[in-house]
Design a protein around this ligand. Sequence first.
Ligand code: IPE
Ligand code: IPE
Ligand code: MG
Length: 226
Amino acid sequence: MTVQHIAVIMDGNGRWAQQRGLARTKGHQEGLETAKKIVKTAADLHIPYITLYVFSTENWKRTEGEVGFLMGLIQKHLRAELAFYAANSIRVRHIGEAAALPREIQVELADIAAKTAHYTGTTVQLAINYGGRDEIVRAVRKLSGKPLEELTEADFEQLLDTAGVPPVDLVIRTGGEKRLSNFLLWQTAYAEFYSTDVLWPDFTPAHFMEALDSYAKRTRRFGGIV
Ligand code: IPE
Ligand code: IPE
Ligand code: MG
């Protein structure tokens, strides 16, 4: 069964660190290494789209120290990894509300998106300050033109951050929780869900393949009869 778009809820960094008596920030550092390995694997497998949940609109509730660390890590990664994305022919896009992010991150995101736009391999969508509800409300604010009674789902989709990107086929969530946590609410309407207890820093390409194997065995009916 073909897979066009995988969305990953990279959860469990904090617990991974706590289990080792380390600061939560250490878990985020390790988690970034995992993210790179999984993106590389997706690119090697020619998966057209992978979306990573990096920072949610609700994650601002964390301590100033943790939020500041995450923002620093994101900025450093974007600045340092252009060569990684280029070497793998990966196109990078941002989804989420950019305006509320630190100015330097907005600049880096625009820069990496522009510099990788011409690549034809996997597209990586980085969900940063992303919330599914926020995305839908921002889309509604962009409505104009057609009378509302004539608005179609296809029209509305063009106003989402993911305009032009196919719907999610498979959501992978590490860290054991079985919830979406405000991730891609519209785009996951018919996605298959895969949850594993493995914490994100421990998640390997082999675990990723297990998720794909599980997906391959699903029967997707989309409300019909198969
Ligand atoms: C996911 O790991 C990373 C982010 C949400 C930024 P967590 O930090 O949520 O890790 P746990 O769930 O506390 O273990
Ligand atoms: C979801 O994880 C957000 C990211 C992975 C970026 P959370 O740790 O924020 O989710 P909850 O709080 O357990 O729902
Ligand atoms: Mg968590």
